[in-house]
Write a protein that binds this ligand. Structure first.
Ligand code: HEM
Length: 205
């Protein structure tokens, strides 16, 4: 009997890595646009003009792929049940040394919050990005407000992503296998997502 169960299909994984690659491309092409301190990053892309061009192309790819990923996840991230509230009240068990058990479905509340935040940030980054892309086509105050919102959303997104990457790798060993190979160990699923394990296998964890 296999020790693994499927968590993500190949197309879900490809979509996640397209979102990730475009996100980090936007990060490195965008940093130099915010401050001279980061102009060195332009060198990675063959100069400032190229970096701006790649930022625009990356922005379009990120916008559509990230929103599409959210649409795929929507049913799993848009509602909270009793176990989720319990998870929130106990901070996911991260602040206690005692073993905790929450009857969590496919995603825990932290993951749900992250997915919803990234979708909202994607929308705002996309819309404000469009105003910044064509600054002469819109009133000056709209472009200025867009520059500020674009920056704030970027800072929020990068903070969430740093936590996401930590929890998906070092923080919760075994999680990265889901996005690399599409399957997770049953023991991992029983520990982190027991309700999802039961829904998928029909077995009581
Ligand atoms: C090197 C960078 C990244 C790694 C290693 C990584 C890893 C993962 C893993 C392992 C999962 C599956 C979690 C599970 O099965 O419970 C996941 C899910 C997800 N990832 Fe990433 N990810 C990265 C970057 C990103 C970025 C940049 C975004 C969006 C901007 C993103 C958005 C999501 C979302 C929305 C989910 C589903 C909900 C969740 O698990 O939080 N990821 N990621």
């Amino acid at each position: 009997m296999s020790k693994y169960i499927e968590r993500f299909s190949p197309s879900e994984r490809v979509l996640h890595w397209v979102v990730t690659c475009s996100f980090f491309t936007l990060l490195f092409t965008g940093l130099g646009l915010y401050s001279r301190l980061f102009h060195g990053y332009f060198g990675l892309f063959g100069g400032g003009q190229n970096a701006i061009f790649i930022h625009k192309v990356g922005g379009v790819i990120f916008f559509f792929s990230s929103l599409y990923m959210f649409i795929n996840h929507k049913k799993d991230v848009s509602s909270f049940d009793d176990a989720d509230w319990q998870w929130i009240r106990k901070y996911g068990g991260y602040l206690t040394k005692y073993g905790t058990h929450f009857d969590i479905g496919k995603y825990n509340p932290g993951q749900k919050l992250f997915a919803v935040f990234i979708a909202a940030a994607t929308l705002l980054l996309g819309v404000t990005g469009l105003f910044i892309w064509m600054p002469t086509a819109f009133p000056r105050w709209i472009v200025q407000l867009s520059l500020m919102t674009h920056g704030l959303m970027f800072v929020g997104a990068i903070m969430f992503v740093v936590v996401h990457v930590y929890l998906a790798t070092i923080g919760n060993p075994g999680t990265i296998e889901a996005m690399l190979y599409g399957a997770v160990r049953k023991i991992w699923a029983k520990k982190h997502h027991p309700k999802w394990y039961k829904d998928v296998t029909g077995e009581n964890p």
